[in-house]
Design a protein around this ligand. Structure first.
Ligand SMILES: [Zn+2]
Ligand SMILES: [Zn+2]
Length: 131
């Protein structure tokens, strides 16, 4: 379990709303590009790096990463989109191509762990405020 994204609970840029441990909101940049290790500089790079990717990780656990445009994974890409706001991680590689139950369960487990409610799905920002 060493590949979790780092919890950020200080809420510096998002007001008083508490976030589940392990969830990084779009707009919080605690990580650099997982490919070239560069931090975003321009607004376009910031936008690219605001996207969370889920990649085949260790064992059954998907690994979350961010990429600049040049380093973004090629090949099959799928996405998880919040039913309310449309935000969500992109799935790359085997996670996007595979439709088997084990892969789906692994993705759902990651979503739950980072505060999602898979039934919508609803992201951590929307799950609390929807009726
Ligand atoms: Zn890069
Ligand atoms: Zn949402």
């Amino acid at each position: 379990m060493s590949n979790r994204i780092e919890p950020r609970t200080d809420g510096t840029s998002t007001g008083s709303r508490r976030r589940p441990a392990g969830y990084q909101a779009p707009g919080q940049f605690t990580t650099v590009c997982a490919g070239c290790r560069r931090a975003p500089v321009t607004a376009a790079e910031v936008a690219d790096l605001s996207t969370v990717w889920l990649l085949p990780g260790l064992g059954d656990v998907p690994a979350a990463a961010r990429f600049c445009r040049a380093c973004a994974p090629r090949g099959p890409i799928a996405e998880v989109a919040c039913a309310a706001c449309g935000d969500g991680p992109l799935l790359a590689g085997d996670l996007a191509a595979a439709a088997d139950l084990a892969t789906t369960a692994a993705i759902d487990a990651w979503l739950v762990e980072t505060g999602w409610r898979p039934a919508g799905p609803w992201c951590p920002d929307c799950r609390g405020g929807r009726r």
